[in-house]
Design a protein around this ligand. Sequence first.
Ligand SMILES: Nc1ncnc2c1ncn2[C@@H]1O[C@H](COP(=O)(O)OP(=O)(O)OP(=O)(O)O)[C@@H](O)[C@H]1O
Length: 469
Amino acid sequence: MTEDRCALVVDDERDIRELLVLTLTRMGLRVETAATLSMAKSQLSNAKFDFCLTDMRLPDGSGLDLLSHIADNYPEMPVAMLTAFGNMEAAVEALKRGAFDFVAKPVDLKVLRNLVQHALDLRSERKEAPKSPAPEKRMDGNSPAMEQLRQTIAKVARSQAPVYILGESGAGKELAARSIHETSPRAEGPFVPVNCGAIPPELMESEFFGHKKGSFTGAHADKQGLFQAANGGSLFLDEVAELPLAMQVKLLRAIQEKSVRPVGGQVEETVDVRLISATHKDLAALVEEGKFRHDLYYRINVIELRVPPLRERVEDLDMLTQTIFGKLAERHSAAVPTLSAEAKAALRDYPFPGNVRELENILERAMTLSDGQTIYAEDLNLPKQTVAAPAPSFPVADLEPEAAPALPVTPQNQAPAGTAALPEALEELEKRAIEHALLENRYNKTKTAAQLGITFRALRYKLKKLGLD
Ligand SMILES: Nc1ncnc2c1ncn2[C@@H]1O[C@H](COP(=O)(O)OP(=O)(O)OP(=O)(O)O)[C@@H](O)[C@H]1O
């Protein structure tokens, strides 16, 4: 079905060009070739191509230059790079700059054929799909950091490679993941977010890979897993650091084999999924500590994307505030409020340990409590600055149940008055901090745990211990 498709092959070695032409022609493609960067550019301006395969090293420049040229002028065209065997650095650089994929030399023709077929399939799906407004625009902010992030997202969206997003809780990691998906050739496929910390370990395998009827007590019917649900699209593994080691092994296998076997099933099911993962923890440190498998870490961390905390981009506050007020006003059928000059200054000085999510909560509360159209600094009810430490800096360590982070002193978590013994006083303080965080996160335990800087399991343990569950 590819006869009317045309590929451009760019390589200065004649033997390789001939091999590639032969392979692609056998797949039913028309193929044109170029031996240099300048020839490639001129051919691109003269004809329409559906796919480009280029060597990394060209006599008059680099394949990366050609990649940038194509990204700027023909953004819909997938580009794959030929890289020297073992040069993973160059391959990753190409992926970061928007290459669809790469093939190592000497070329494994089966790998090449799969890659080309995949690029063409995704391209035709994209052509048929109606155009939607650029989703990366949903990421508000006019700071240089946000501008840079949007540009990187637009580039990595073009590739197939797994992306690993790191950033503090509430900074916008899920939004970044959605933007990557929605800007990618898989945009018409599903985006399946999974909170790895929220699935009980005993159900993980069945949740990820599905199960067959009767495979265990309670399996009343066949059930599709998350991998199958994300087929043709992207699977977003949020809080990936929470995966138990046993599950990490199974996940690695699924990623390597590109297939999964449902619990109780006899046959493997092929899945085509792009992985995007995120965590607010220092995954590299967890690898060092033996809590996260290094082979899985390298698999999911081909392209790394950092979402900066809000306090590193205070320039974004105005725009974010406007968007959030706009949404709130619409939801409550109210007029859009404005912030007084003092309120704006107070927000600029606040470190936002809970990032954009915390800003949303603060503005919603202020809007509910204020009497008029203007919101003053006192309506914001900002927590006082932290007692013992500044706002948590990234990465936030995985705190064990007994190690509580320094908390902002708020009316809700000030130490109880009186002469309570220290353990009870601490327990009371902890209880109030958790209640406060639960309320702020609308009783979403995963988000509450993230805001408090503890694991989901640690939160569950504390809720039980403190009689809050
Ligand atoms: N740049 C942005 N523009 C507009 N809204 C944003 C932006 N960044 C974050 N948000 C909003 O802030 C909230 C938190 O964002 P998101 O869920 O993506 O954060 P996160 O880093 O994934 O959080 P967590 O670590 O807790 O899962 C969401 O409501 C999201 O829409």
